[in-house]
Design a protein around this ligand. Structure first.
Ligand SMILES: Cc1cc2nc3c(=O)[nH]c(=O)nc-3n(C[C@H](O)[C@H](O)[C@H](O)COP(=O)(O)OP(=O)(O)OC[C@H]3O[C@@H](n4cnc5c(N)ncnc54)[C@H](O)[C@@H]3O)c2cc1C
Length: 452
C-alpha cells in the first residue's frame, strides 16, 4: 500500500514536498486554505519583486543620462501595475496547480488541524473531513509580526501584505525595520518617487550583514535622499490628522503619509492542533532535526514554520528532503540540507547576494581565510551598463583554495551568486572558477578575477 502523506500548506515547502513525494510513489493530499503557491506567491516574494522590478525600471530611467539617451519622465499607472502583479501571481499559481495535478496530488481548498498524531481534520466551506496519514508535513508558513503598540489599518499604517500596491500611493513613507524586507521596501518606495525615512534600530542597516556590503547600500539610500534614523526604535505609530506619526524611543518623531512595518514574522501554528498530536514547538515554531522531523518522527515541518532560514528557496529544498525521508530514500542516497550553504539575495539597487562563510564570521571565529575583492568598475560590462557600483568578494581556504563563501554587491548579484553557491556546495577551488572559460564582456569576469 502506498504511503499516505498529508501536507498542510501549499506554499513552496508544501508544493515541493507534494510533487517530489508523489513522483516517488506516495499517495499525497495537500490542504491549503488560501491559494496554492502560498504566501510566497500571494504576498511575499512574487508581488514584492514584481513591484521592485517596475520601480527599478522607473529609477533606471532617472539614470540614463550618460547612455546617449534623452531623459524622459515616467509615471506609475497603479491600475496597470496591479493588473501586472495579479497576472503574474495567477500564472504562477496555475503552473503550480497543473504540476500537482499532473502528479495526481489531491488538493483540498480548506483549513486543516491535527486531531492526533495520525488524523487531520479538514474544514472546507461545505464539508468537514477527517484524513488518516502515515506521514504529515506541517508547512503552514508565517505572517508579519505586529507588535501591540501598532494597529495596521491597511490604508496608511501598513504591513508588508498591504503594499502591492497600496490603495493610495504614498508621497512619503516611514519604513520601520532595517532587515532584508525593510531595505527592499525602502528601495521599492523610493524608486517610485516617495520620500522615505528608515527607522534603523542599530547603527547599520542590515545589521547581520558584512559592514562593507551594508555601506554600499547606505550610500545608495543617502544619494536617493532616504533619511536614515539610526539607533532609534519605534514605540508607536498613529494616524494624526492627515499624517502618520512614528514616535521613537529616543524622542524623535517622523511624520509621513504612510508607514510600513517590516519587523519580522511569527509562525502560523496557532489553532493547528500540534499539542493534540504531541508536537514540540519553541516560540511558536516547530522544533525539527536535520531530517525536518519533529519530536514525533512521522510529523515533519518545513519552510518558515520550522524556524530555520525564512527563504522560499530553503522552504522548497526542505520540502524535497522531507519527501525523500518519508519515502525512505535517505537510507539510499540523500544529501543533508546545509543551511550554512544557502545563497540569499536582497533585491535593492545595487542588489546584494551572499553565500557560505562571511568574512566577519570567520574573523569572529578566529579562522584563517583568504579574502579577495574586485570592484565591478574593473570590468568592461559595468562601464557599458553605465553602472559600476559594487564588488565581488570571495572567501576561500588559504591552504586548499576551496571556496568557503562570498558576497556580491551590484547589478544582477542575485544571478551571479549562483557561481559561488555552486563552488561552496561542490567544494570547488578558486582555481576551478579561474579556469572556467567565461563570457566577455560580462559582469562574471569580476568573479574570475576575484578568484585569482
Ligand atoms: C515581503 C517578503 C518578501 C519575500 N521575498 C522573498 C524572496 O524574494 N526570496 C525568498 O526566497 N524568500 C522571500 N521571502 C520569504 C518567503 O516568502 C518565505 O520564506 C516562504 O513563503 C516560505 O514558504 P512556506 O512554504 O514555508 O510558507 P508560505 O509561503 O507562507 O505558505 C504556507 C501556506 O500554508 C497555508 N496554511 C497555513 N495554515 C494552514 C492551515 N491550518 N490549513 C491549510 N493551509 C494553511 C497558508 O495559507 C499558506 O498558503 C519573502 C518574505 C516576505 C515577507
Amino acid at each position: 500500500m502506498a504511503t499516505k502523506f498529508v501536507i498542510i500548506g501549499g506554499g513552496p515547502a508544501g508544493n515541493a514536498a507534494a510533487t517530489h513525494a508523489a513522483r516517488l510513489g506516495a499517495e499525497v493530499t495537500i490542504v491549503e486554505r488560501d491559494v496554492i503557491g502560498g504566501a510566497a506567491h500571494l504576498w511575499d516574494c512574487i508581488p514584492s519583486k514584481t513591484m521592485i522590478a517596475t520601480g527599478g525600471a522607473m529609477s533606471f530611467t532617472r539614470r540614463i543620462g550618460g547612455m546617449g539617451l534623452e531623459k524622459q519622465d515616467v509615471e506609475v499607472d497603479i491600475e496597470a501595475l496591479t493588473e501586472r502583479i495579479d497576472d503574474i501571481k495567477g500564472r504562477l499559481g496555475r503552473n503550480t496547480t497543473r504540476l500537482l495535478e499532473s502528479q495526481n496530488v489531491r488538493m483540498i481548498a480548506g483549513s486543516a488541524r491535527l486531531l492526533d498524531a495520525h488524523r487531520i481534520e479538514v474544514t472546507t466551506p461545505t464539508s468537514v473531513e477527517v484524513l488518516q496519514a502515515d506521514a504529515i508535513l506541517v508547512a503552514t508558513g508565517s505572517r508579519p509580526r505586529i507588535p501591540d503598540w501598532c494597529h495596521p489599518d491597511g490604508e496608511r499604517i501598513l504591513t508588508t501584505r498591504d503594499c502591492y500596491p497600496p490603495k493610495e500611493f504614498p508621497t512619503s513613507i516611514t519604513v520601520v525595520g532595517s532587515g532584508v524586507t525593510g531595505v527592499e521596501f525602502v528601495h521599492m518606495f523610493s524608486s517610485f518617487g516617495a520620500a522615505v525615512t528608515l527607522v534603523v534600530s542599530r547603527q547599520q542597516v542590515l545589521p547581520n550583514k558584512d559592514p562593507e556590503v551594508a555601506a554600499v547600500l547606505e550610500d545608495d539610500f543617502l544619494q536617493r535622499g532616504v533619511r536614515l534614523l539610526k539607533g532609534a526604535r519605534a514605540t508607536s505609530i498613529e494616524r494624526i490628522g492627515g499624517e502618520v506619526v512614528v514616535s521613537c524611543d529616543d524622542g524623535r518623531i517622523v511624520r509621513s503619509s504612510h508607514a510600513v512595518l517590516a519587523i519580522g514574522s511569527v509562525a502560523n501554528t496557532d489553532g493547528l492542533g500540534l499539542e493534540a498530536a504531541g508536537v514540540d514547538v519553541d516560540g511558536g515554531y516547530v522544533t525539527i532535526n536535520r531530517h525536518c522531523q519533529s519530536n514525533i518522527s512521522h510529523i515533519y515541518a518545513a519552510g518558515d514554520v520550522s524556524g530555520k532560514l525564512p527563504l522560499s528557496s530553503v522552504a522548497s529544498m526542505q520540502g524535497r528532503k522531507v519527501a525523500e525521508h518519508v519515502m525512505g530514500l535517505s537510507k539510499v542516497s540523500h544529501r543533508h540540507l546545509d543551511y550554512d550553504k544557502a545563497a540569499s539575495a536582497i533585491f535593492t539597487e545595487p542588489e546584494i547576494a551572499d553565500v557560505g562563510l562571511a568574512e566577519t564570521e570567520a574573523f569572529a571565529e578566529g579562522r584563517k581565510i583568504r579574502v579577495t575583492k574586485v570592484p565591478f568598475s574593473a570590468t568592461a560590462k559595468a562601464l557599458i551598463n553605465n553602472d559600476s557600483r559594487g564588488f565581488v568578494k570571495i572567501v576561500s581556504d588559504p591552504a586548499t583554495g576551496v571556496v568557503l563563501g562570498g558576497s556580491i554587491v551590484g547589478r544582477h548579484a542575485a544571478e551571479l551568486i549562483s557561481v559561488i553557491a555552486l563552488a561552496v556546495t561542490a567544494h570547488l577551488k578558486v582555481s576551478d572558477i579561474v579556469e572556467s572559460l567565461l563570457v566577455h564582456p560580462a559582469l562574471s569576469e569580476a568573479l574570475a578575477e576575484a578568484a585569482e
